[in-house]
Design a protein around this ligand. Structure first.
Ligand SMILES: [Fe+2]
Length: 380
């Protein structure tokens, strides 16, 4: 793999048995264009995978597929004519999906970065000049590209949101002979997102300052769960794009959406996320103290919350069978007063009831990590 900057988030495509990753060029951070390279690698080795070897070169992409003896089975390159920052992304059966966070050069910040007194991120600022969110649907195959729309033109979602994390995306055939695309994700406002104080990290003092993460001047500024719905017609043109809250019952800040990974890339009913209960007088929104389980089918929500001065990170779903919510939700809980972490195991079906807690396991003291974000469960 060439020396590029890998995006933090990777995906598993269970239908094809592939590990999907995205890389971009490091210099894109400073330029009004963005190179994205998508890599598909076999995550489940199988001799049944019979990929033909072929290569086609067009203006802005190279696509290659190899047989199962090679790790890399697909590579797609796209040049998007926009100044974007991408943290997380999504895929459906036929498309990679990027929700563009618009950025621009910050001239005073650039000068400070050049002096070495400020981090390089100070050279960037959010670009709130447009009141919509660009959604790029990038074809996963040349066949999709040939029969579809111009991928370099984004769909403009009708609200300005800074996309943070995607829990799931899927597509289904619609009555127009086209596709309905859904994304379940978290987003915050451009007004709230601030490069100089990202994640509340005070680089002057090298300490976290969660008070910044609680600075909410408006109701919808902090990260929250939303659904983006896109309707494409048979030619691939967008007929409608809407953004709405994922749950009417849960309007408080939430992030790190997760689902049963067996349902990745297909219609899912349940989304789990780290959330704020709103019960704390100080730091009411972040760090999170709850996990919320949203039923997307009716917008209802249930919670499990810590007690006392404890925080939780990202939920991870471990399927055990028995339906979409058959499994455990794992999360790391941090007890501030003891400076200790516990691995919390919840019965996903029972979240919202008194007996949702299955086990709480003490994490060895040398592994304490107060503000864990992302995790992964691997079966053996
Ligand atoms: Fe992330």
């Amino acid at each position: 793999m060439p020396g590029k900057r890998l995006l933090a988030h990777y995906k598993i495509d269970p239908r094809r048995g592939r590990l999907l990753m995205v890389a971009c060029n490091a210099e894109d951070m400073l330029l009004p264009r963005s190179h994205f390279t998508f890599y598909g690698q076999l995550a489940i080795a199988s001799t049944n995978h019979a990929f033909s070897i072929r290569s086609s070169k067009k203006k802005n992409h190279i696509e290659r597929q190899f047989d199962a003896h090679f790790d890399l089975v697909q590579k797609r390159e796209f040049v998007v004519p926009d100044h974007l920052m991408i943290h997380d992304w999504a895929f459906t059966d036929t498309h990679y999906i990027l929700l563009g966070n618009r950025i621009k050069l910050d001239i005073p910040g650039s000068l400070l970065a050049l002096t070495g007194t400020h981090p390089m991120i100070a050279a960037l600022a959010v670009d709130p000049s447009r009141q919509s969110t660009p959604v790029y649907l990038l074809p996963r195959s040349p066949e999709t590209e040939a029969g579809g729309r111009d991928w370099s033109v984004p769909i403009e979602a009708p609200s300005q949101m800074w996309s943070v994390h995607v829990g799931n995306a899927f597509e289904e055939a619609n009555r127009r002979g086209g596709l309905d695309v859904r994304l379940h994700m978290s987003s915050c406002s451009y007004q709230w997102f601030h490069f100089h104080r990202m994640f509340g990290y005070n680089w002057h003092h090298k300490k976290l300052d969660p008070s910044f993460m609680n600075a909410a001047k408006g109701k919808e500024w902090l990260p929250r769960l939303v659904q983006v719905a896109i309707e494409l017609d048979r030619t691939g043109e967008c007929r409608r794009c809407s953004v709405r809250r994922l749950s009417d019952q849960h309007a408080r800040p939430a992030d790190f959406p997760a689902i049963n990974p067996s349902y990745a890339n297909q219609r899912n009913r349940f989304v789990y996320a780290g959330a704020a209960s709103g019960s704390r007088r100080f730091l009411p929104y972040f760090p999170f103290d709850s996990v919320v389980k949203v039923d997307v089918s009716d917008g209802s929500a249930r919670w499990w919350s810590t007690d006392g001065r404890k925080f939780v990170g990202e939920p991870v779903f471990v399927p055990t069978g028995g339906g979409e919510d058959g499994g455990y939700v794992l999360l790391v809980e941090y007890a501030v007063s003891k400076h200790r972490c516990h691995l919390v195991v919840l019965d996903a079906k029972k979240i919202g009831t008194e007996n949702a807690l299955v086990a709480k396991l003490e994490v060895p003291k040398n592994l304490t990590f107060p503000m864990g974000f992302h995790g992964f469960w691997g079966d053996e």
